[in-house]
Write a protein that binds this ligand. Sequence first.
Ligand SMILES: NC(=O)c1ccc[n+]([C@@H]2O[C@H](COP(=O)([O-])OP(=O)(O)OC[C@H]3O[C@@H](n4cnc5c(N)ncnc54)[C@H](OP(=O)(O)O)[C@@H]3O)[C@@H](O)[C@H]2O)c1
Length: 243
Amino acid sequence: MAKTALVTGGNRGIGQQVARVLATEGWDVLLGTRDKQKGDAAAARLRKDTGGRLKAIELDVTSDASCTTAAGKLRDGAIRIDALVNNAGVYGRSSSTAQTLETNFFGPLRVIDAMLPLLRDGATITNVTSGLGALANIDEPLHGVLADPLVTREQLVAAVRAYDGTDAYGASKAALNALTRILAPELAPRQIKINATDPGWVRTDMGGRGAPRSVEQGAASVLAGVHATWSGAVMRDGKRIAP
Ligand SMILES: NC(=O)c1ccc[n+]([C@@H]2O[C@H](COP(=O)([O-])OP(=O)(O)OC[C@H]3O[C@@H](n4cnc5c(N)ncnc54)[C@H](OP(=O)(O)O)[C@@H]3O)[C@@H](O)[C@H]2O)c1
């Protein structure tokens, strides 16, 4: 039986390429997109390119209602998920601090909470992070919370809610790395592996034309999370890096 992957932000950039590779490998792929039309167009494009099985599902990671509705539709369709890729993200001046934290940190958390009942035991969760989220770049007081090995999910959420610094993108990804570490032992009884993967600096709408890495290279780095046999790590190109 084919495995099923859900890739958020799957209509363009790194997410689209991750979806393309998985479909080529024979996975059933769900493109989670906030705009249904864009999702349907991307799914049709990728079906044509790969001959694979891809479908769009409306999923705005900043909306509780959207995540709950999407999970309900999948449950009603008896869909089980073998790989969840939390790829949707925003960066840059066009996004406010609140929107950046909401999309890049609370988004993956919201999607994990909604989809967890649909994940098969032994599934993988891949949180797409960034080198800009390295702990070394993060200022106090968030730094102290993220560096604390005993920090709880509730403490982490409270610290991100209270964030009022100037680097929301770095903070969102550093907090996502900490969340990955916190959730790993919680998910271990179901053999669900959760890791954060950094694609590097990639030529997408977000990364810009001057970025050194191709979308294929970035997606390959993310895909290491889909196939990971370990949990709780931050990785680039399949190798652990400092969180
Ligand atoms: N590119 C880089 O150099 C780089 C480096 C490190 C990490 N990353 C990370 O890699 C991931 C993908 O980046 P990318 O370069 O492929 O970016 P991108 O080309 O800008 O694509 C971003 C994707 O996220 C989706 N998205 C944004 N907000 C969303 C929401 N609320 N709900 C659902 N989908 C949403 C976008 O959908 P719409 O089309 O509807 O806007 C789009 O599909 C991000 O998490 C990013 O932070 C990228």
